[in-house]
Design a protein around this ligand. Structure first.
Ligand code: PLP
Length: 409
């Protein structure tokens, strides 16, 4: 079992107060808080290292070593065996635009790209724009009524013209998980590549590019207790062959050919610390590899998050005026993450977020860039209220939220 009090003690932000009450951070899907160890790693790099790469002096060597360690940590996090397959960048959106621009150079008129209606727009717009440039068609896999992806429709849409399926590991709006291994097998049967947006998934469960069989995956450290840094994994053969947009003097080796300009070294140092923080949650005396520790840690996270999600769902179900959008069946909670979006019969999402915000409960409202989701559900322009639970949240906080919602009438 996770020792939540000891964990919370590592996160200075969790001790903030709003209007004399402890702040409740249910805004994790937009960005998690960081433990002290992450801030220490960032500050250590800035104050004691802070150099460019490939120089002939000690701080440059230390920067090279830090980046090599970060690649290994990233590979351990996503389940890759080759650290050179890890690229860091500004954020998932920027990395995905860079990848999409390069991929578009390899597509031909008449090819087809598949997106889904369950995506954050960072896994839609890059493909729409790349497809426009390459004169390639884009089709969307719809959601079923329960917000799961319609895999029968995927079967119908896939053809030998399909070059790419872009799919999220989980929706940042509904929390619905997508069956990546199944989708990958279907796509590969038609010779299509699979790009996975794991940004929302990453703080909750173990990513596994090997088991999923996908070709590319992107996530963001600031969603898994790290700094504002994006991470892209891609199969070596593709990352080496794709025509990356780069400056001429830069190395053409992976990952350098994708890591344009000087990177956010301090953020990358903090990303190592974030991955090590996650591994530390394994809470065992056994000596484990970082990957093994991460696997155990995510089991512990699930053990903590699941009862919180159950309590949140039963509490919301008792509130007649609230409609939860997404998987509601208590028997199917394993198919979703503890991110819950809802609307209220009498109050707009913005009004609810503001009322809760005044009470120190941080939730998001709107579409959180999951535009395809809110459009499909007919919920534009107001969107939904989103409550995102992370492992540092507590049952007391969930009860506090439910009490505040009950008070809305
Ligand atoms: C599911 C999902 N994908 C992509 C993104 C974009 O990530 P970034 O801010 O790193 O570009 C987000 C951010 O909220 C997200 O939730």
């Amino acid at each position: 079992m996770l020792n939540i009090e000891a964990i919370r003690a590592q996160f200075p932000a969790l001790h903030r107060q709003v209007a004399g009450q402890p702040a409740v951070f249910f805004d994790g899907p937009a960005g998690s808080q960081v433990p002290q160890s992450v801030a220490d790693a960032v500050s250590h790099y800035l104050l004691h290292v802070n150099a460019n790469t490939h120089g002939s002096f000690v701080t440059a060597h230390e920067s090279d070593a830090m980046l090599a360690e970060a690649s290994q940590a990233g590979a351990d996090l996503v389940g890759a065996t080759d650290p050179d397959e890890i690229t860091f960048g500004a954020n998932m959106t920027t990395l995905t635009f860079a990848l999409s621009r390069a991929m578009a150079q390899t597509w031909s008129k008449g090819d087809q790209i598949l997106c889904t209606r369950s995506e954050h727009d960072a896994n839609v717009s890059p493909w729409l724009l790349a497809a426009r440039d390459a004169e390639v068609e884009v089709q969307f896999v719809p959601m079923r009524d329960d917000t799961t992806l319609d895999l029968d429709a995927l079967d119908e849409l896939l053809s030998d013209r399909t070059r790419l399926v872009a799919v999220g590991a989980a929706s940042n709006a509904t929390g619905t998980r997508h069956p990546i291994a199944t989708i990958t097998a279907k796509a590969h049967a038609h010779g299509a590549q699979v790009f996975v947006d794991a940004v929302h998934f990453a703080p909750h469960a173990l990513m596994d590019v090997t088991a999923w069989g996908c070709d590319f995956l992107a996530c963001s450290a600031y969603k898994f207790f790290g700094p504002h840094v994006g991470l892209l994994w891609g199969r070596r053969e593709f990352m080496e062959a794709l025509p990356a947009y780069r400056v001429r003097p830069a190395s053409n080796e992976i990952p350098d050919r994708w890591m344009t300009g000087t990177q956010n070294h301090e953020g990358i140092a903090g990303t190592i610390a974030a991955i090590d923080y996650l591994a530390s949650l394994a809470n065992t005396d056994e000596s484990l590899s970082r990957r093994q520790a991460l696997a155990l840690a995510f089991e512990e996270i699930k053990q903590h998050e699941t009862p919180l999600l159950q309590r949140l769902m039963t509490g919301l179900a008792e509130l007649e005026k609230i409609t939860v959008w997404g998987i509601r069946d208590p028997a199917r909670l394993a198919e979703r993450l503890p991110t819950v979006s809802f609307t209220h019969a009498d109050h707009t999402p913005l009004a609810i977020a503001q009322k809760l915000g005044e009470r120190g409960i941080f939730v998001w409202d709107g579409n959180y860039y999951a535009l395809e989701v809110t459009q499909s559900l007919g919920l534009e322009p107001d969107g939904m209220v989103r409550v995102g639970l992370l492992h540092y949240n507590t049952e007391r906080e969930v009860e506090h939220l439910l009490g505040a919602l009950r008070a809305l009438g």
